[in-house]
Design a protein around this ligand. Structure first.
Ligand code: COA
Length: 396
């Protein structure tokens, strides 16, 4: 990984002049360069390539933004048609993988759809014979990236169907990525309003700086591994409740609050006890998450009954945070209104994080393709803090 900041410290370390202590959580440390986008936390702004991600979500389709991420520019009409055709070639499910889905979906009580997705995606990539990136041409890597992105919604939706005792459904390549996912999950053609709402949510969550799962994907990519391995590892990082796993918990919090008059009674003691309130706070933003406004507007457009309560909870909880955690600037994050929106779209709550994964995998794979140009393995150091070594072995 190369970067233009901190070069003197890095070259000192390279010359063996000692280790550099990174701050906890690597906060503020630049570890690579990217042309994919950035998050400007103080301003409450993020972008894909040179465009505001929120503006893209308001005006473009998922496939257009996907093309932007992979190719570096928004497609013209002919390019978009060609891209859709290319996508359609891997919008299918391998028969052996389909046969395995009911067995995968049966394991686990309670069942976590994301765990099933992790297993099924690994299997699908094996069935497709994805090879180590290091051995592939850029064209082959790109094809594998599109394959992996196509598999995630197909597998996620059909695992849900299998778990619910429903028959599997083949994808319909004539439909858009978002609408087809909704069709497979709900087994009925979604209204244009719902399909577009989900599509806008998916666009706004494709990528978001060097978050934990993206970093994970790039670390794996730097070993030369196959793109399936990168995505499966990223899914593991993504599943954590402090990352993608916060989604359903945010809506649970809203349900537990129930009414505006309960907000103080519910939230205050929890913050005072040091608990985390899901859907609030962000590792980078010190403002309201720029996705919150878009997702709130879309939820209101759909007429979701929870949107009004969510708006009231946001206002009051931010006031409570500024009183109990002065100077910390804790605001709503993407998960807060995402849960409300996905609920209004008819996505079952256990499927929230898998749904988020259907867009974030586009970001992971775009990052993997970028990382594949860099031949440097990512291998930081740890400071040993155990007992002094070498110690004599215990007598046996
Ligand atoms: C996202 C998150 C992990 C960021 O953590 P972070 O980078 O450590 O956050 P900060 O450094 O801004 O935290 C500053 C302070 O605010 C507190 N804080 C941050 N988010 C909080 C939350 N949601 N509820 C209660 N307290 C919170 C921290 O405990 C810390 O308090 P302290 O300084 O008294 O110890 C954290 O905000 C969180 O756990 N949020 C809830 C989970 C969630 O919604 N995740 C989805 C993220 S998109």
């Amino acid at each position: 990984m190369s970067n233009s900041t901190g070069n003197s410290a890095i070259s000192q370390a390279k010359q063996g002049h000692g280790l550099i202590d990174a701050p906890p959580g690597l906060k503020g440390v630049v570890v690579t360069e990217t042309k994919l986008g950035d998050v400007r936390g103080e301003e409450g702004f993020f972008h894909y390539r040179e465009y505001s991600a929120i503006d893209l979500a308001r005006a473009y389709s998922l496939e257009e933004v996907w093309h932007l991420m992979i190719e570096g520019h928004l497609p013209n009409t002919a390019e978009l048609a060609a891209f859709k055709e290319e996508l359609a070639t891997t919008r299918r499910i391998d028969p052996e993988v389909a046969d395995a889905l009911p067995a995968i979906a049966k394991v686990g009580d309670p069942w976590n759809p994301l765990d099933g997705l992790r297993t099924a995606l690994s299997l699908a990539c094996t069935a497709e014979g994805l090879g180590p990136c290091i051995d592939l041409t850029p064209e082959q890597r790109r094809r594998d990236a599109l394959f992996v992105c196509n598999q995630v919604p197909i597998l996620a939706a059909n695992l849900w169907r299998a778990r619910s005792g429903e028959s599997l459904l083949d994808p319909d390549p004539r439909l858009g990525h978002a609408g087809d996912y909704l069709r497979m999950v709900a087994a009925e053609s979604p209204s244009n309003g719902r399909a577009r709402a989900l599509e806008q949510y998916l666009i706004s969550t494709i990528d978001h700086g060097f978050n934990a799962s993206t970093f994970t994907a790039r670390v794996i990519a730097a070993t030369g591994a196959d793109i399936g391995g990168c995505a499966v590892g990223a899914l593991g990082a993504f599943s954590g409740p402090l990352h993608g796993g916060a989604l359903a918990r945010s809506l649970d919090t809203l349900d537990k609050i129930g009414h505006a008059e309960n907000i103080d009674r519910f939230v205050r003691p929890r913050i005072e006890a040091g608990e985390r309130i899901m859907g609030f706070g962000h590792a980078v933003y010190r403002t309201r998450d720029p996705r919150a406004q878009l997702l709130l507007e879309i939820s209101e457009r759909l007429g979701g009954e929870k949107a009004e309560l969510a708006r009231q909870v946001e206002t009051r909880v931010v006031e409570i945070f500024s009183e109990l955690k002065p100077g910390r600037e804790i605001h709503t994050n993407v998960e807060f209104y995402a849960g409300v929106l996905l609920d209004a779209c008819g996505i079952p709550r256990p499927m929230f994080t898998s749904t988020f994964a259907t867009s974030r995998v586009i970001g992971w794979t775009a990052n993997v393709l970028e990382q594949a140009h860099d031949k440097q393995i990512i291998r930081p150091s740890a400071r040993y803090t155990g007992p002094k070594a070498p110690a004599a072995l215990p007598q046996r």
